[in-house]
Design a protein around this ligand. Structure first.
Ligand code: FAD
Length: 382
């Protein structure tokens, strides 16, 4: 039987991050993914500055070759009030195609020394052994579940084949000939849209050849009318929404699980498999890469309880931020507070300015609100 030091199930951002760290430290590491790369992944493809820094600092990987476009501005739109505010600053938002980004990252893991079995699905884990669809039975000292929101590894840990229910994201790519929102063209930068869904938001993220338009509920009960809400958003931004109606796709967004399921025994869950998507912004790529790194570090540095070390690392870095995000979400999507915030925002773009700093990792929600409330300067919208 084949045996590895570590098997990583899933070779996307979280899995490749863990793989690079482990292989570079000399661990005999296998990545198994059911897909053959490059492959499509439903995602807005927005990468924040903190992610670019993490890639550069921890992996010496530069985003440069994968960037479709970059923007230093950000705007907020509301269904009832129209364009609320927008701001240009020093912080950068990068746009990538997951098709290229994930493939590049997996290649980096292979270059670092990982073996990769692609196009083979992990079906179950039985007494520490991985069983795949092609009939492979492989064992390892540690298993990292980086297999996304429907994680087989997480289901094995929970002892159930039933899946959990997650909020949903819907998305479609739209060519510029069918977009009426980006007039004037100076407005071509990422926008978020409020008011279409009760607790959640929509987005238009521009790339070179098309814009990715999407919507996500941040709680399950938003899902029921999500498609209706998305059609309203599409009607607001598209010349002819009927041209893209059949191209809409959906995928769950596994928002933070309050850190209940991060692993057990010799199994560690990372990224979407551990439900590490930021509860308010829905950002997942950064937290997938960071948790993959932490899982690898826990395996490399701990004698004994690696899951405990991993728990400590994740909680130390993310618990505060995610708790603040959950609170900010509850407050922000309160109908009265939201209307008040929109009025405030439309008179002063400082809310956008500092939100870019929050996304880039320069401040957390506490500092964001303190700074915004303290700063008396009026920043005009673009
Ligand atoms: C509509 C939408 C838009 C989003 N936009 C953004 C955005 O703009 N910016 C951002 O930061 N985040 C965004 N996210 C979140 C982000 O896409 C995820 O958080 C991120 O991809 C998580 O990475 P991951 O490596 O944990 O999992 P994934 O990227 O989901 O990868 C899981 C991998 O595991 C493999 N796999 C699954 N099951 C098995 C199995 N049984 N055996 C073998 N392999 C398996 C899959 O093939 C896949 O390659 C978005 C999410 C959605 C749904």
């Amino acid at each position: 039987m084949e045996k590895y030091d570590v098997i990583i199930v899933g070779g996307s951002c979280a899995g490749s991050a863990a793989g690079i760290t482990l292989a570079k430290a000399g661990k005999n590491t296998l990545i198994i993914d059911k897909a053959r790369f490059p492959r499509e992944k439903l995602c807005g493809g927005m990468i924040t500055e903190k992610t670019a820094k993490l890639l550069q600092k921890t992996y010496s990987v530069s985003l440069e070759s994968m960037i479709d476009s970059r923007y230093n501005a950000f705007g907020v739109y509301h269904t009832d009030f129209g364009r609320i505010s927008s701001y240009r600053s020093d912080q950068t938002l990068f746009m990538v195609h997951r098709y290229d980004f994930d493939d590049f990252f997996l290649q980096e893991a292979r270059k670092a020394g990982c073996t990769a079995y692609l196009g083979d699905e992990v079906m179950e884990i039985d007494r520490g052994k991985i069983h795949t669809a092609s009939g492979r039975v492989i064992s390892a000292d540690y298993i990292i579940g980086a297999d996304g929101c429907h994680s087989t590894v997480r289901k094995e840990l929970r002892g159930t084949k039933n899946d959990e229910k997650f909020p949903l994201g819907l998305e479609v790519n739209i060519g510029y000939d069918n977009l009426k929102f980006y007039v004037p063209p100076e407005d071509v930068f990422p926008w978020v849209f409020f008011g279409y869904v009760k607790i959640g938001y929509g987005w238009v993220f521009p790339k070179k050849d098309f814009a990715t338009v999407g919507i996500a509920g941040l709680t399950h009960y938003d899902d029921k009318n999500l498609l209706v809400a998305f059609r309203r958003l599409l009607a607001a931004v598209c010349v002819d929404p009927s041209r893209i109606a059949r191209k809409i796709k959906g995928h769950p967004v596994p928002l933070n699980n309050h850190f209940k399921t991060l692993g057990a025994g010799n199994i560690l869950l990372v990224g979407d498999a551990a439900r590490l998507v930021e509860p308010l912004t829905g950002e997942g790529i950064y937290f997938a890469i960071l948790s993959g790194t932490f899982a690898a570090q826990a395996i490399l540095t701990t004698q004994g309880d690696q899951v405990q070390t991993y728990n400590v690392l994740v909680k130390r870095h993310l618990r505060g931020l995610f708790a603040q995000a959950r609170l900010a979400r509850t407050l922000y999507f309160n109908r009265w507070i939201n209307t008040y915030a929109m009025c405030k925002m439309s008179g002063n773009a400082k809310w956008c300015k500092y939100f870019l700093e929050l996304l880039s990792g320069e401040m957390d929600y506490c500092r964001y609100f303190k700074t915004v409330l303290k700063d008396r300067t009026v920043y005009p919208s673009l």
